[in-house]
Design a protein around this ligand. Structure first.
Ligand SMILES: [Zn+2]
Length: 153
């Protein structure tokens, strides 16, 4: 799944769980649950295997997704102020929600291989439910919209 919907779910959990010790593990767990929903995203593993590198198109998608995610995290963290406790909970939960993917970034971008990373990538790949681009983007828009609604209501 793209990172923006993961981030929004992490923020929603932070806002509703009330405590970081509850919100952060829930946000981390939400990553795996969301990846089981049918979704579309660029296939970094396949591109690496086939071409030994990640395509320009995929890099662009990742860039846009990262900018949206970073802006979303910044906005909702700032919005929680002056409640620094909530702001910190939001920030940490948002990162927990994307941590499994963040952790893999060095593998894909700098070709850093470790046993643990390879196992993690294998596990994440095994739980993904892939869908075609149209349906697979719609499900992520739905996840994002429901999370936003939940945060703002
Ligand atoms: Zn993932």
């Amino acid at each position: 799944m793209l990172e923006a919907p993961h981030v929004l779910v992490g923020i929603a959990l932070a806002e509703k769980a009330g405590h970081p010790l509850l919100a952060i593990p829930l946000a981390l767990g939400s990553h795996f649950v969301l990846d089981m929903l049918p979704h579309w995203n660029p296939h970094l593993n396949t591109e690496m295997r086939k071409h030994g590198k990640i395509s320009t198109m995929t890099r662009r998608i990742i860039f846009v997704d990262s900018v949206i995610s970073a802006a979303t995290i910044a906005y909702f963290t700032y919005r929680a102020l002056p409640d620094t406790f909530l702001a910190a909970t939001i920030l940490l939960s948002a990162f927990a929600a994307i941590f499994p993917d963040l952790m893999e970034a060095p593998y894909f971008f700098f070709k850093k291989k470790t046993n643990f990373l390879e196992k993690s990538i294998k596990f994440q790949k095994a739980i993904q439910t892939d869908a075609g681009p149209i349906f697979g983007i719609l499900t992520q828009i739905a996840v994002s919209a429901v999370s936003l609604w939940w945060i703002l209501k």
